[in-house]
Design a protein around this ligand. Sequence first.
Ligand code: FAD
Ligand code: DLZ
Ligand code: SF4
Length: 519
Amino acid sequence: MTTIVPVLGDQLSLDLASLRTTDPADAVVLMVEVREETGYVRHHKKKIALIFSAMRHFADMLRQAGWTVDYVTLNDPANRQSFTAEVVRAVERHSASAVRVVEGAEYRVRAMQDGWAKDTGVPVEILDDDRFICPIAEFLTWAKGRREYRMEYFYRDMRRRTGLLMTDTGQPEGGQWNFDHDNRETPPRGLNYPLPERFEPDAITRDVLALVASEFAGHFGDLEPFALPVTREQALKALDHFVATALPDFGRYEDAMIAGQEYLYHSVLSSSINLGLLSPIEVCRAVQSAYEKGDVPINSAEGYIRQIIGWREYMRGMYWRDMPAFESRNALAATRPLPEFYWTGETDMRCMAESVGQTKREAYAHHIQRLMVLGNFALIAGVDPKAISDWFLVVYFDAYEWVEMPNVIGMSQFADNGAIASKPYASTGAYIDRMSDYCGRCRYDVKTRVGPDACPFNALFWDFVARNEDRLRGNGRMRNMYATWDRFSDASRAEIRASAEAFLQTIEPAADGWARAGR
Ligand code: FAD
Ligand code: DLZ
Ligand code: SF4
């Protein structure tokens, strides 16, 4: 009586619900490298290498723990190249009588799983993914009937539920729930920035790098150097290293951007958490313990824990609340094609060139680069939300639809009409100038609003405000923007809009095929 236990590429946790509840003596774990997953978007080369290497290392770890693992490599001639076809083949091959699997994190995959009982002809048990703190059903109950969703209230519930940073009397540690107002500093020049731990590729990773180099040469991004954590052991080291070196200043410099500094005080743990090498709750406990020892101030500990039990869980819930409609939301009716410079980095806008350049090299950019540079530009330029969402899904090593889509289509593009963000994250160059050192050596002048040398973000921002007046004037949080716009003279308004249009005319649209084959 063999049970097939499929373990998907982002389910690399020994305490996965399906593994916890199955006797290894009666089971075969199935892991498959399939072109359906490598090709539904044309992922960054580093992201594919990361996932394959982490999967292969995890398979070894399972074998050492006593499991029988059937691992199907990409170029195995028998590989049918899709999750469903490979589950069917495994059931036949092992004469299995059941399948037990944890729910896929993405709608696309979860929908496939619903068909597996029919496809295989054996019972299929689909378990909740309890590595997340809030089950999907519970989030949907929380969201039901609310007129407004706000992360902050959900987050407080998660603090109470986990007990993280809570006093014995049920109060938030430090007397308040949120210390964000302490988290807006830019680092002084000449600091010795910490760097994330880097890991030398071993034989497994080197094999994968060779495979990716030959099979995915046409995909975006630099494959090497490759130094990401691919095992739980390495991910734990990366966590310890972050807590010791960067966490203390994570809070105060969370929103800063410095040219040539890809990581600043960020943890760079999203790839390990999303793959399952680290559990979100253990990461938060490590942070809480550093706070309790007095090694980390409350604004850093709280700010960091909020990103995980607040934003990460909230985004996942909002994804499931709105799928499958989410992916085609376009509340601002934006239709511009993605600019080619998102792929090449070839633009005079230094903030964009820096952010795209490091994305290409590292498959990483931190939150404020994603939101206030890359997302902001697409928003104010009126780029089609699906096109920019595809880009984000391709280029980051931590990108899976369940977390990418609510961040991009919701938070950054306001295409969900404000379900996630209470106002659009749109800004002029002044915000980027305040939070970064990009503008100093940019060919554009951040202080100028119109003309060929003016920072493009300035005219584009006001053009965005004007273009979306019907949709946004009623938003209370946009009141000041419209009050300022109303004070411009007719001539200034016309000049701003003409300057924005002149800049938009210079943008080359992206060539087809970067994100999805055949589009
Ligand atoms: P840190 O700054 O060290 O933050 C700690 C952790 O908090 C992260 O590792 C992550 O697990 C979590 N976190 C922080 N912010 C968010 C958030 N908004 N949503 C969910 N989790 C969060 N995150 C992804 O994991 N995958 C994505 O595809 C992704 N796409 C994004 C697209 C846009 C437009 C924006 C604005 C944000 C996106 N994020 C995404 C969220 C966030 O930018 C990344 O999680 C973060 O930059 C990862 O780097 P880090 O581990 O150094 O994060
Ligand atoms: C992202 C990805 C890629 C590129 N390749 C694979 C793969 O070959 N095999 C696999 O099991 N998972 C892969 N993944 C991750 C899956 O897309 C992810 O597990 C699902 O989208 C569910 O979230
Ligand atoms: Fe970016 Fe404008 Fe600053 Fe140049 S001046 S770096 S385009 S914000």
